[in-house]
Ligand binder design. Structure first.
Ligand code: NAD
Ligand code: TDX
Length: 350
């Protein structure tokens, strides 16, 4: 059946890969990308599909009820894949309310718009909510996050994502909306905004700037290549069982300091610098407030039940990622000018 899918946050990091995948893989679908184009949204990320006949863009804020109403009616939206969010933990520490507004209020607004427009045939339409492993909190004694792990969010960002997940499930239970939720680990790859660890470190190595490592760099994250997350979203959208939750992860845990060292070593090679040059830039800085120690996803359910697994080894993905940033200097210099400089100075003080 031909679908008209509203993808929110499609100009952001993960959303841009999801839009590109759906537009090219499913020419029979119409993809409507709704994005407010905040500091994190960038239509340059979608150059490869902007002229595709099955792609449309709507600049709108998910907090704007009238805009959502108009967009659902105008395009006759059949399904939603919801990625729009404020996504950076550090920004959530300095401005939690912005996260409540977009991630909680915006998500409920979007649920309401879908419910209103799909009334009478709710069972025919899917609302897919894309979320994070951070809702499960921080692991301290080994173990992995399962779909059944109780929610225990620790930062304003994860609290706002947890609240949005709960609202999605509440709408499924109360109004019988068909919904599905996935919770993914840390993504990396092209189009990643350089406020996040990997692209920030790549950019700073390139510019011979200090590499800020929070605390002792002992915190652990599970990293997944962004296109593998996009493939997982495709899988969950088409094969996921409504009402279910799917954890998505890379089976790939790294301490932050080890990732930073790996990036230093690979970039010294690529830039023809003396081995050890970039490591000298590593600077241990004040820890993030309430810094979660370890995230680790058990992705067995999606692997066994839906047949998805990561396609790329981390070392290969990191090579592709570094090369992408080195080859896309204009993208990098555009997104790191202006407001980024103000954010950087305020956060890192240099
Ligand atoms: P991002 O910050 O790169 O992109 C977010 C996009 O949403 C931007 O294009 C922005 O313009 C748009 N947006 C923000 N507020 C909006 C609003 N009020 N109305 C409309 N659009 C708005 O984020 P990302 O890293 O691509 O994350 C996408 C989703 O995936 C988020 O829901 C995030 O919680 C989730 N997620 C991210 C990761 C990760 O590692 N980055 C991991 C798991 C889950
Ligand atoms: O300058 C830095 N120095 C540093 O040591 C930055 C920006 C980060 N870090 C540390 C903090 C984390 O332990 O690196 C780790 C990764 O940090 P981020 O890239 O900010 O990601 P994280 O906080 O783990 O959250 C990410 O993964 C889950 C995304 O930003 C979220 O949107 C997603 O839900």
């Amino acid at each position: 059946m031909s679908k008209i899918i509203l993808i929110t946050g499609g100009a952001g990091f993960i959303g841009s890969h999801v839009v590109q995948l759906f537009v090219t893989k499913y020419p029979e679908y119409t993809i409507v990308n709704l994005d407010a184009l905040t500091y994190a949204g960038n239509l340059e990320n979608l150059k490869s599909v902007e002229n595709a006949p099955n792609y449309l863009f709507e600049k709108a804020d998910i907090q704007d009820e009238a805009a959502l109403d108009r967009i659902f009616k105008k395009h006759k939206i059949t399904d939603v894949i919801h990625l729009a969010a404020e996504s950076h933990v550090d920004r959530s520490i300095s401005d939690p309310l912005a996260f409540v507004k977009t991630n909680v209020f915006g998500t409920v607004n979007l649920l309401n718009a879908a419910k209103k427009y799909w009334t009478g045939e709710l069972e025919k339409h899917l609302f897919y909510h894309v979320s994070t492993d951070e809702v499960y909190g921080s692991l301290h004694d080994g173990g992995f996050f399962l779909e059944t792990t109780p929610y225990d969010p620790q930062s304003p960002y994860s609290a706002s994502k947890a609240a949005s997940d709960h609202f999605v499930r509440a709408y499924a239970n109360t109004y019988k909306m068909k919904t599905v939720v996935s919770n993914c680990s840390n993504n990396y790859g092209p189009n990643h905004f350089p406020e996040k660890l990997i692209p920030l470190v790549i950019n700073n190595i390139k510019n011979l700037k200090p590499l800020p490592v929070y605390g002792k760099g002992e915190n652990v994250r599970d990293w997944l290549y962004v296109k593998d997350h996009a493939r997982a979203i495709d899988t969950v959208f088409h094969k996921g069982v409504p009402g279910e939750t799917y954890n998505i992860g890379g089976f790939n845990e790294w301490k932050n300091i080890d990732i930073v060292r790996l990036l230093c070593q690979k970039m010294d090679e690529k830039l023809g610098r003396e081995p050890g040059t970039s490591e000298k830039l590593i600077t241990f800085v004040q820890d993030r407030a309430g810094h979660d120690l370890r995230y680790a996803i058990d992705a067995t359910k999606i692997q066994k039940e839906l047949g998805w697994e990561p396609s790329l080894q981390f070392e290969e993905g990191i090579e592709i990622t570094i090369d992408w940033y080195l080859q896309n200097e204009e993208w990098l210099s555009r997104v790191t000018s202006g407001a980024y400089q103000d954010y950087y100075k305020e956060h890192y003080g240099n």
